[in-house]
Design a protein around this ligand. Structure first.
Ligand SMILES: Cc1ncc(COP(=O)(O)O)c(C=O)c1O
Length: 390
């Protein structure tokens, strides 16, 4: 496949225009794709609250696009909070989704008007009761680590089912409004069963709350919806069918408020990282080529750790069908800055210094991870265009 086939001819033409004379490395983001991802989610999960996980890409043009679409917001810090409010988000649409937070930050959110908080432990719950009195809270339940996730998030956040049950009752006793349960099945999750498993825990917590006279109604399904990388994941409709099937099996016709927190799905496919080949070399005659790009782990490709996320890569030499597996590395003087070594991208033999490589699906978790001035390289630049408005 070529980049034109990957993007589709119309979007490729707009991309080519947007990248004319571009300085590399740069992530080029098509805002039309952000809009269409939002629409696809809204169609697949009708009536659900779509809370964009701002951490995936907090760039202003993306925030403004999502404000226009009517997005809501999963916020991790007061810095994200200030930024989304500045660019048009309404506080009623915000959830403070980070379970790890300072009491004074909770107060900061409360003073701004935020009334929805995630929690996963007693000390945080008490801090919420003290600093955000009367607010809505949802408890985050630990999920089983699933091999279907390319970027697991299950160990650090959440608590077990029994502790969630206790927290729900404590929330009520502390004068808060316990609303429901959240979880995250791990980012880039291709195992559809993992939502059903997590929903077993949610149901058990809802039932226990009912026994205590507390009627929960909020189910926060988290993120985990896929970007389009080398190993393809199921289609969004298959996720929705699996999730709605699992909800129905556990909750029947009960009326629930469903929330999603998409990060990767919303912005991943909108980005193409344009990078220049710095050098191609071999360490000896009979070993593979090393291709050094002007982007590496410290410039934003952190998700190449463990070679878990593999972006489709195209080059300006793609008409050359003579290919050979290469080791791909970044430009810094740091030996950890190797992107893919076990997995060998088959790149054209004619690839050389000055050619361009296009890493597709890089709109999420790249500019945000970009380290400032590591080895003197500046943080990853971004450029925005709209293939429907050129
Ligand atoms: C609380 C929370 N919600 C949503 C997300 C977004 O997940 P994804 O990018 O898989 O959609 C994350 C990612 O770290 C998260 O921590």
């Amino acid at each position: 496949m070529s980049l034109a086939e990957h993007l589709g001819q119309r979007r490729f033409t707009a991309f080519s225009k947007a990248t004319k004379d571009i300085e590399t490395p740069c992530v080029v983001i098509d805002l039309a794709i952000v809009r269409s991802q939002f629409r696809l989610l809204a169609e697949a999960f009708p009536g659900a609250g779509i809370f964009y996980a701002v951490k995936a890409n907090p760039s202003v043009p993306i925030l403004e696009t999502l404000v226009e679409m009517g997005s809501q917001w999963d916020i991790a810090s007061r810095f994200e909070l200030d930024k989304v409010i500045k660019h048009g988000a309404k506080v009623k649409d915000i959830s403070f989704g980070n379970t790890i937070k300072k009491p004074r930050d909770i107060k900061y959110f409360y003073d701004k008007g935020v009334r929805l908080y995630a929690t996963d432990c007693e000390s945080d719950l008490k801090a919420i009761a003290e600093n955000a009195p009367g607010s809505d809270v949802y408890v985050r339940v630990l999920t089983v680590e699933s091999p279907g996730s390319a970027w697991p998030l299950s160990r650090k956040f959440g608590c077990d089912v029994n502790m969630c049950k206790t927290l729900v009752r404590q929330a009520r006793d502390l004068g808060l409004n316990p609303r429901g349960v959240s979880f995250h099945v791990g980012s880039q999750q291709s195992d559809l069963q993992s939502w059903a498993q997590a929903l077993d825990s949610v149901k058990s917590i809802f039932d226990d709350a009912s026994d205590a006279g507390i009627e929960l109604d909020l189910v926060n399904l988290g993120g985990g919806f896929p970007g389009r990388y080398l190993h393809e994941a199921p289609q969004l409709k298959e996720y929705a069918d699996a999730i709605y099937g699992a909800l129905k099996a556990r909750f029947g016709e009960r009326k629930l408020k469903i929330i999603l927190e998409p990060g990767r799905y919303m912005v991943g496919d909108a980005g193409v990282l344009v990078s220049e080949v710095v050098m191609v070399s071999r360490k000896s005659e009979d070993t593979p080529r090393w291709v050094y790009l002007d982007i590496g782990k410290f410039g934003g490709l952190v998700e190449s750790w463990g070679e878990s996320i593999k972006y489709p890569i195209y080059t300006t030499k793609d008409e050359d069908k003579n290919r050979e597996g290469v080791i791909l590395a970044g430009p810094t003087c740091d030996s950890a800055d190797i992107l893919y070594e076990k997995f060998r991208y088959q790149l054209p033999l004619s690839l050389k210094t000055g050619d361009l490589a296009y890493l597709v699906g890089t709109g999420a978790y790249t500019t945000t991870y970009s380290a400032i001035e590591f080895n003197g390289f500046p943080p990853l630049a971004a450029k925005f265009y709209d293939s429907e408005k050129q």
